[in-house]
Design a protein around this ligand. Structure first.
Ligand code: ADP
Ligand code: MG
Length: 235
């Protein structure tokens, strides 16, 4: 029986855990699903980072968001958690439900790892479309009807041109990550083509370290009255 009875140390730990969960702004106070909370806990996240605390309630309510915060501030989970809560499960309908764009192959591969971990208790299917991998392998991923496409703009456009019947009309959640880099790397034209290929009934989020004029203009064209979330370098 003594294994079942909490020791003083276990009771103190349980109390600490209860206090953490009740803390204003904790993941537990955000109305997230049990599945999502489990995945966040499994990832080892105790409390949201400042950008997550500000962005999550807005994005979870369905708002478009422009988020600015330094590297390493936790922007990925700020857009992945609302995406997973919105999609919930695999859709047998044709076409992806979500699209995440990033400027480089390495960044997309990092994002894929993060999404896979946070989606571990769902049946959502992911596809990675980046340069350097064979088109054939990516055709096979697309044939499995992925819910979430993670891509660089160049390779995504290539697929849109090559794959008969491929469309972005089904996308209801779209993220432009490292958007300033996307522009600096000369993807502006592809990004505009991608925007025009998506339906209007979608939520769009854009994350960037800076917001130069061309990017602000792009945000005006692609996002619906977005909320601006900005964290200064030292917060
Ligand atoms: P950014 O995109 O802003 O550069 P990332 O989303 O890549 O930052 O996150 C940076 C690191 O912080 C990653 O290792 C990530 O797993 C970790 N991280 C994110 N959110 C939390 C959190 N709430 N608690 C602890 N670590 C976190
Ligand atoms: Mg990032």
């Amino acid at each position: 029986e003594d294994v079942e009875r909490p020791t003083g140390g276990r009771r103190a730990k349980a109390e600490k855990e209860r206090k953490r969960k009740m803390k204003p702004g904790s993941f537990e106070t955000m109305g997230l699903s049990q599945t999502m909370l489990r995945a966040i806990k499994r990832k080892g996240y105790q409390l949201p980072t400042p950008i997550q605390r500000k962005t999550l309630p807005l994005a979870l309510s369905g708002q478009d968001v422009v988020g600015m915060a330094r590297t390493g501030s936790g922007k990925t989970a700020a857009f992945v958690i609302p995406m997973l809560e919105r999609l919930k499960e695999h859709s047998p309908k044709a076409g992806a439900q979500a699209l995440i764009l990033a400027p480089t192959r390495e960044l997309v591969i990092q994002l894929h790892k993060a999404v896979k971990e946070l989606a571990r208790y769902t049946d959502l299917r992911l596809a990675v479309l980046v340069g350097g991998d064979s088109m054939e392998a990516q055709f096979a991923e697309l044939a499995a009807n992925p819910d979430i496409i993670l891509a660089t703009p160049g390779r995504l456009m290539h697929h849109l041109q090559e794959v008969e019947g491929m469309s972005l009309q089904s996308v209801q959640y779209c993220v432009f990550d490292e958007a300033d880099q996307l522009f600096e790397m000369g993807f502006a034209e592809q990004l505009r083509a991608i925007l025009s290929g998506m339906g209007d009934a979608r939520q769009t989020l854009l994350f960037s370290a800076t917001l130069p004029a061309a990017l602000a203009e792009f945000a005006r064209a692609g996002l619906k009255s977005p909320a601006f979330v900005r964290l200064d370098a030292d917060t």
